[in-house]
Design a protein. Structure first.
Length: 462
């Protein structure tokens, strides 16, 4: 069976059987010969065993012996936001949904939305099958000063009301950034009342910020960027402390690692995010496809004419420190708590949906085995979102999200870039067709159209 040009996301109409090739299910360390997979009604009905249950007329995909089936990928810091004109971020909803899916990313958590209502509308369109896209696990607006118009004195009662509101609208978790300790405590309590998770871009405790150590003791579920702890004193920012870290065998580091492990808190390292602002390590920050083809011709002319972005030396330093930090956390027993998040709100280059592959490679170049990195992006992420019983691995009874890639990603992580087929909820997508469908779609088509892109200071282009 050839993959259809673009499946829209309707309910799976026919049984689907995957035969041949190799399988990395994310339940172990190695890939195995594919025992045969039967997908029905958007679920893995059988992984091995008797496939004669397949209904007459079932579709079949034959996987080559040079190909591997892996679970669909998660990006837990998947900003749809872009800032093409240095006038504020805009959530890009035209091309990004198809591009995420084409890159094998079947689930995204935006980790703070600039236009939460529009992102919710996007999720509904995807869920109704009106357009292709990943499972969009809405995060709602930021809780903290990262949100335009955030009231610094927002009370616990107001936070409760906001959490209730967004929970009723179907968000799957919340993101705090620039939040006070009392506000974060209120956010965590109320989110957990609704069975929702909370993650945070936190700091050191400086100027009423929250050290991740203290957030963990409040009951937070995940931490972004900075592990925190006593190595991050409150008299300087987390950036300043992290930049200077040279050792990861200190008592301070061992204490914070132990806290993550004992409290089972996930760490979204966003490793490659800092490299974008630095000198862009050439081993990672290369174009493996012409990403700028997704810009409108007008927008591409503007982007191509701009001078290179200046190097932010502090972030360049942090990028290399974080490569050592994440490997130390992995070696210390944190392998099941590391997740994948890209955190790259693009300025017209290096688009977020492709950044998952740069993040995967950054982990491997840090010294972490490819099989473990695949687990970061699949089963670890699913569990971090409270979805480990439904997603993240290829097992009977789980929702059928998978990617067929050319090559062996347990040996060469870059083969994940070479997706031949993407499956979400049992529906089959052709990555090349998805990409082709959104070429020239990002940004305004003319100078006069720019106002529609910006939509005011913080708008969404529709």
């Amino acid at each position: 069976m050839a993959a259809p040009a673009i499946a829209r996301g309707q309910s799976q109409a026919h049984d689907l059987v995957l035969l041949g090739g190799w399988l990395f299910s994310s339940t172990g360390r190695a890939r195995v010969h594919n025992p045969g997979i039967l997908i029905r009604a958007g679920k893995f009905l059988r992984v091995g065993g008797d496939l004669s249950l397949a209904e007459p007329g079932a579709d079949t995909i034959r996987v080559a012996d040079t190909e591997t089936i892996i679970p669909g990928l998660f990006d837990l810091h998947a900003h749809y936001a872009m800032d093409l004109f240095n006038k504020g971020r805009v959530d890009e909803t035209r091309a990004y949904p198809s591009l995420f899916l084409a890159n094998g990313v079947t689930s995204t958590f935006p980790a703070g939305e600039m236009e939460a209502d529009s992102m919710r509308a996007l999720r509904i369109r995807i869920d109704r099958g009106l357009e292709p896209g990943p499972r969009l696990l809405n995060s709602g607006p930021y809780f903290g000063t990262a949100r335009p118009g955030w009231k610094r004195d927002m009370s616990a009662d107001s936070i409760d009301a906001e959490v209730d509101h967004w929970a009723e609208l179907g968000v799957r978790g919340f993101k705090a950034k620039g939040i006070r300790p009392d506000q974060l405590r209120a956010l965590i309590r109320r989110a957990h009342l609704h069975g929702l998770t909370v993650t945070g871009h936190l700091d050191s405790g400086i100027r009423e910020s929250v050290n991740p150590r203290d957030a963990i003791l409040m009951g937070i579920d995940r931490i972004e960027h900075f592990m925190g702890g006593d190595a991050f004193p409150a008299d300087k920012t987390a950036y300043a402390s992290l930049e200077k870290m040279t050792r990861f065998d200190t008592p301070e580091y061992k204490r914070i690692v132990n806290l993550y492990i004992t409290q089972h808190v996930y760490y979204d390292a966003t490793l490659s995010a800092y490299g974008y602002y630095g000198k862009r390590d050439p081993a990672v920050f290369t174009y493996f496809t012409d990403e700028k083809r997704f810009l409108t011709p007008y927008m591409r002319q503007i982007v191509d004419a701009r001078p290179p972005r200046p190097v932010l030396q502090q972030f360049e330093n942090i990028y290399w420190v974080k490569r050592k930090e994440v490997k130390a956390f992995y070696d210390a027993g944190g392998a099941d708590l590391i997740t994948l998040g890209t955190d790259h709100p693009s300025w017209g280059e290096y688009f977020t949906p492709f950044s998952v592959h740069r993040e995967l490679l950054s982990f491997v170049l840090s010294g972490i085995p490819p099989y473990a990195v695949l687990r970061f992006a699949t089963i670890n992420a699913a569990r971090a979102m409270g979805l480990g019983d439904r997603l993240g691995s290829i097992e009977a009874g789980k929702w059928a999200d998978a990617v067929i890639v050319r090559g062996d990603p347990t040996k060469d992580i870059t083969t994940v870039r070479n997706a031949r087929v993407v499956i979400k909820a049992g529906n089959v997508y052709d990555p090349a067709a998805l990409m082709k469908s959104v070429e020239g779609a990002i940004g305004p088509v003319s100078a006069a159209d720019t106002v529609n892109w910006l939509g005011g200071k913080y708008g969404v282009y529709r």
